[in-house]
Each structure stands twice: as structure tokens, then as C-alpha cells.
Design a protein around this ligand. Sequence first.
Ligand code: AMP
Length: 550
Amino acid sequence: MSSYPMSPLMGQMMSKPMLISSLIEHADRYFGKNEIVSRRVEGDIHRYNYTECHKRAKKLANAFAGMGVKMGDRIATLAWNGYRHLEAYYAVSGSGAVLHTINPRLHPEQIAYIANHAEDQYLLFDITFLPIVEAIASHCPLIKGYIMMCDRDRLPADSKIPNLMAYEDVIDANSEDFVWPIFDENSASSLCYTSGTTGNPKGALYSHRSTILHSYASSLPDGLNVSARDSVLPVVPMFHVNAWGLPYSAPLNGSKLVFPGPNLDGKSLYELFEQEKVTFSAGVPTVWLGLLTYVAQNNLKFSSFKRTVIGGSACPPAMMKTLRNTYGVEVVHAWGMTEMSPLGTAGTLMAKHTDLDEDEKQSILQKQGHVLYGVDMKIVDDAGKELPWDGKTYGNLLVKGQWIIDHYYKNEGGDVLEDGWFPTGDVATIDGDGYMQITDRSKDVIKSGGEWIGTIDLENVAVSHPAILQAACIGVFHPKWDERPLLLAVKKPGAEVSKEELLQYFDGKVAKWWLPDDVVFIDSLPLGATGKILKNKLREQFKEHKLPTA
Ligand code: AMP
């Protein structure tokens, strides 16, 4: 790994490796009675605490040792956010093996590809995903056994899945006497494949060190800001970049954890928020759409919910305002990616902003924000030249830091760094105070007559219209300008607006030449496995669309 020079006088502090097992040990010892509440796939609510979680994680670790799992071996999960998944997080990584969380929303063929590519040895899965496992088992010869996360009586009677075990049998058969091994903190701890909208997914392999550092940094007040006073409900799945690190940062801070299981609809989430006095949550904008629609339709309020982190795709300012002004929920807009563990930036104010008026504060908060200590960023032009931090000039966003990928698993894609920096594929501006704003994903930017049009701004304007629920902007062929913006919009149920009215609404809100050339109303937008709008699908679908200006 590193080959930095050593000083003749080295520091004399203990050299204790940063290991993931220490998080659950810490939570057991110092926050042992703090609760972990899960809505189970079985339908009921399960409730226990960090001490009991630690005991069961050690039983599972003993089970893996008995199965011959060695350090560095990959163990896969196909599971919702729940207590058994959390136990697997600690049992696998804590033993020195590698937790490979697979996104069940991928196509079974892609799941089999990923499991084979990772050379997974065992696969743990929730009952919901039995059909996926049945479909892939015969294509995954390396997997030695399957553990269904349930009691024995839920196992299918006539399954062809080889070596199928019930999770609770595995737990019951093993002792809780287990001492977490101590090893090099740079050892691999978990593996997560990128969403792979183009080409095959590539693996980001995290280490114990990168995970602990990310947990520390993401917990800071200008990051996720989670504490022992919080009841934390991660809506972001544990199969997508480790639920933004919350299964690690919550035990680090002793927060109560609330897992929603498979029920991510507005009603189920709202009930759990209220019952478990949730104060903090995190998720992608599409999840909040469902929750906010349910709360508005039923004239409800939140009694404990105070703060949420929204990221994964741009949070529309209109959503931020509704959460804050109507429901009193503070929104922290965050940005990151699988390759960054994931957190890079978060949008919070500084002391000097205290006296600004609400609109001025909002215009800062709607940016993706400031880097966390540990992450460095810059914007560059296509030739790699660094661009100014003036809040206007946009360029390719590059990052580096202790929890940012050096290369993909099995060196897929080769040397990806540019002079030691990771190219994010995002286009952004950075202002004089270091606030970063994403204008687009570089492959989504609309190139009109040699100039760039950022689609996020256009989408944000569209969804601030009272009749619009969701919007996506794509570039379509134009004989004179190469590409011009086409707006695809989904109306709110029962709402009406014409194409002309919607286009008029853009007047004065964006530069004139950014105005979409056309609007098409559609019933829904295609979403990918991580809740992002699939613009490549839309581009394909509308590639023949004839613009009225063409
Ligand atoms: P993933 O690796 O699936 O988490 O996707 C990472 C990508 O999601 C980033 O490179 C961005 O393009 C996008 N993304 C994440 N957070 C935001 C955000 N707050 N605003 C805009 N785009 C975002």
C-alpha cells in the first residue's frame, strides 16, 4: 500500500487498527440497551438492542468459521434494511471476510454476473428474494450455500437451491463466544458494485480503515450529524453503498436504529416515523415524493422528524422548501457516489450566513455543499486545467481522499485516476466559499451549439410548478444546434397544465436559450435500481422525437 518516508522520530501512541468489529463492540459496551427496531419481511415489528445484535453477530461469525470462511472471502447479501442484515454486516466484515451487498433490483442476469465476478462463497437473502435466488443458483457454481433470512418453517419444501439453510437455525446452532480477530486495517471489508447504467457493473472494494474514517467524518455536525439522541431511519438501502454508512455511523454514535424492511411506501414509512419517534432519515428524492404525497393527502404532520439528508440525485429546491416550511424538517443536500463510500459533500450554512434572508440561505442550501474533511475536490476543463471557484464556471469534478476508490475491484477498467484524482463523471461549479453545485452528469449535459445546458436546473424549475410531480430533461437531435432540450414531465394526480403554460413558467427563471424546445407529458419516468431516473432509456425512447423548432 503506502510507501511514504518514515520520520526518525515516530509518534508514540498505540497503534490500534481501525476495524469494523470495534463499532459493534463499542455500541454493545456503551450503548447496549439502545434499540434497533425493524419492520420484518414477515410483516411484524422486531425489536432488540445493540447488545443482543452483537451476540447474534458473534454467533453468525462462529457459523462462518465453521463453514470454512476465511479472511478475504466474499459473502453476499440480497436483503432489505433489517436487523439480520445488520448482523451480517458485522459478522462478515468483523471476521475479516468481505460483505458483498447486491442490489436486488438489478436484473437476475446481472445479479448472477456480479456474484460470479465477486466469487461469492455464500449468499444470505430475505424471503422476498427467493425467486431471484431460484433463478440464479444454477448459474453461480462458486456459491457453496444459501442462507434464507428466516425461521426454518419458512423454508420452501421443494426447493432446488443447493445447501439451503434457515438463518435462525444457523444462529441457534452456534455459540456467542467469539473474539473478533485483529488484522491490518487496510484489509477489504465490503464490496459494492456501481449501478452500471452502461456496461457491466464495476466493484468498489472498501477497507476497514476507509469505512471507519468515513463513519467518523460523515457523523460530523456538517455531515449527517447523527448522535445518541437520534432515532435514525435509513430509507436508503443497505444494498446501495452501505446505506450511506449509517449501519456503521449509528452504532459509532449510539443512535437508535429503525429499519423499514421492504415497506417503503408513504403510509408504512409515515407510521414507522411516528411510532419510533424518528428524528433523522436519509434517502433519495423519489422516496420523499411518496412520503410527502401521503402526508399531504391525509393532512398529517410529523411529530418527531427533524432532519433528513437527501442525495443520490439532485434534490429539487421545491421539495426542500416543502419539507422545511410545511413540515419543519431541515434538509441537508448531500452528494457522493459508490466510489466515494459514498459521502463527499453536504450543504450546511456557516456563521457568516446567519443574517442572510431566507431566499439567500436557500440558494446556498440547495447546492450539493461543502466537502467533509478527508475529501478534496477540484473542477477541470477537458484538457485537465483547473477552473476557477466563482460559482459560475463549470467543469469536470475530480475528487481524492481516504475513502475514495483507487481502482475498481479486479482492476476492471484499468487505471482510472487522473494524476491521483478520481474523475466523478459529474459536471459542477464551485463558489468562492467552497460550495459545490452539480449541474449535470457529464453524459446527460445537453450540448447546444457548442454550449452546455445543465438539465438539473431545468428539472428543478419544472417540478416547482404546482401541477408537476416529476420531470426529466434530455437532449434530442436538432439540425442546427446539434441538441436541444426536451422536457418530459409527469403531472400530479388530478392536476392540469398545458405545454404552453409550462414553457411560459420557465420565463425569467433560466437563460432564454436554455428554454426547452418541447414538452411531452408522460405517465411515469423509468427508474433504475438505485432510484435514479434512467435518462439513457428516455434518450432511446425519444431519439426520433421531432422538435417543433427543428
Ligand atoms: P451512485 O454511485 O449510484 O450513488 O451514483 C452516484 C452519482 O449520483 C453521482 O456521481 C451523481 O451523478 C449522482 N448524485 C448523487 N448525489 C447527487 C446530488 N445530491 N445531486 C445530483 N446528483 C447526485
